[in-house]
Design a protein around this ligand. Sequence first.
Ligand SMILES: CC(C)(COP(=O)(O)OP(=O)(O)OC[C@H]1O[C@@H](n2cnc3c(N)ncnc32)[C@H](O)[C@@H]1OP(=O)(O)O)[C@@H](O)C(=O)NCCC(=O)NCCS
Length: 165
Amino acid sequence: MTRIEGRTYRDEILILRDEIEGEHKEPEGTDFAEWGENFFRPGFDIHRLVIAIGAEDIVVGSLTWHEVWYGPTTGSRAWNIGIGLAPIARGRGIGSTAQRMLAQHLFDTTDVDRVEASTDVANEPEQRALERAGFTREGVIRQAQQRADGQHDLYGYSILRSDFE
Ligand SMILES: CC(C)(COP(=O)(O)OP(=O)(O)OC[C@H]1O[C@@H](n2cnc3c(N)ncnc32)[C@H](O)[C@@H]1OP(=O)(O)O)[C@@H](O)C(=O)NCCC(=O)NCCS
């Protein structure tokens, strides 16, 4: 059972926790996530926590992460994270705080030294949120992501265990 509590820079209570069965819906109006008929490819192993706010524990979005490998050695593993927030929850410091909390949690509970995220080159809110969360932009990942309307360029970001030390 995972439950992590923190506070945004606006001092809102922020909780990352397991989803209670039947409770979660994908936030409405999520841009850059129109996956089309290929959502999700078979065998895609993805982890998820919901993002809830306040003493009332209201779910406003979710975080996901999956494994990526850069070579055959055990030290070549990283986590790639993703996020979606309901429109009402955006622009309040929730996205940046939640992504930093998840990176910290993954460094605390697994042996990876790298957590990465990628976002569309047009997704300025997520670029800003990742930068505020302490991620470093590494460059353009060309035509990497297929969505319903075709292939898209992404910016790649990462945060390292050593960035927290
Ligand atoms: C992208 C997203 C997760 C960002 O989370 P958020 O809670 O809105 O972001 P924050 O409030 O933490 O803001 C972080 C920074 O982004 C900026 N920002 C937030 N919304 C913005 C917007 N619409 N336009 C420009 N900048 C924006 C904030 O001003 C802040 O900048 P600062 O550090 O210079 O003050 C959220 O907006 C969202 O869920 N969007 C839709 C789904 C999505 O795009 N997910 C990512 C797919 S890769």
